[in-house]
Ligand binder design. Structure first.
Ligand code: UTP
Length: 288
């Protein structure tokens, strides 16, 4: 039973400067909703309401976003705007969210290590705060189902084209079914041609509490940071790790081009924008 989720959201977001100089990339809106709200919603839709956000310098607006705002509630209530009143109340009551600050940005592995007191001896889900996974069945729910089957660490992966493997953590192993692989290899951003597969780690994990001991043993790796993939390699030497090729699509908004694509695709999914925005895009394409 997975009852807790950890959302690392402390990173600098250097790939999105200057927007991220004084505001979190996790708060960048996709149409009108901050990325991290999609991520918290995925937890809730997967049956998890106990969420720990790894926060840090310049990330206060994340806490404010999920906190109550009495003045705003009062103002909307006075205007008798029932729709927005309910939306705001829903957001404020979405989940039971806790925060811990990562004081020095020592990488994703170090960020997860800050969850050790909150998670204790329980397995937990990890959802990167800058990545939206659009799926019919929430991806975290998909991973929980695999965890229940194998009782081991589960990593969400997606297939990427072979010329892009050097951008991701790549896994390799023995395929057990169409979507499930028992891993024997994990490499962070391998050179093209040297990757064990084209299965890229997709920003969602189910981890066991053993990860905390593994992180303690992990020395600094790529970028002089404590890499989660390196800690997972220590786990792999001791126990099974499964990967699951997700049913859904990954949107990594940490890089600008993916952010732009995500904005367009999500706008086209919205009833109120689909028609006018499609018209606009068609006109624009004609002029290109
Ligand atoms: P990224 O790998 O995208 O790193 O983090 P980053 O530092 O935020 O961004 P760039 O590369 O400088 O542009 C993936 C997720 O892990 C969090 C980030 O906030 C993001 O949601 N993270 C990363 C931490 O919480 N702490 C860290 O030390 C690093």
């Amino acid at each position: 039973m997975i009852k807790k989720a950890v959302i690392p959201a402390a990173g600098f977001g250097t790939r999105f400067l200057p927007a991220t100089k004084a505001q979190p990339k996790e708060m960048l809106p996709i149409v009108d909703t901050p990325v991290i709200q999609y991520v918290v919603q995925e937890c809730v839709d997967s049956g998890i309401e106990d969420i720990l956000i790894i926060s840090g310098k310049g990330k206060r607006s994340i806490e404010d976003h999920f906190d109550r705002n009495f003045e705003l509630e009062k103002r909307i209530n006075e205007r008798e705007d029932e729709f927005w009143y309910n939306q705001i109340k829903h957001l404020e009551e979405l989940a039971n969210i806790h925060y811990v600050r990562q004081k020095e940005l020592n990488g994703l592995g170090d960020a997860i290590y800050h969850a050790r007191h909150h998670c204790g001896n329980e397995p937990f889900a990890v959802l990167l705060g800058d990545t939206i996974l659009d799926a019919v069945i929430p991806v975290t729910q998909q991973l929980i189902d695999i965890y229940d089957q194998y009782n081991s660490t589960v990593i969400a992966v997606e297939r990427v084209s072979k010329d892009k493997v050097n951008r991701y953590g790549i896994v390799g192993g023995n395929m057990i079914s169409d979507r499930i692989t028992e891993l024997n290899e994990m490499v962070e951003k391998p050179e093209i041609g040297k990757a064990p597969s084209n299965l890229a780690i997709a920003g969602r994990y189910i981890l066991t509490p053993e990860i905390f001991k593994a992180i303690e043993k992990t020395s600094r790796g790529k970028g002089n940071e404590i890499q989660l993939t390196d800690a997972l390699r220590i786990i792999l030497a001791q126990e099974k790790i499964m990967s699951y090729t997700i049913e859904g699509k990954r949107y990594d908004i940490g890089n600008k081009i993916d952010f732009l694509k995500t904005t367009v695709e999500f706008a086209l999914k919205r009833d109120e924008f689909r028609e006018p925005f499609t018209e606009y895009l068609k006109d624009l394409v004609k002029k290109l």
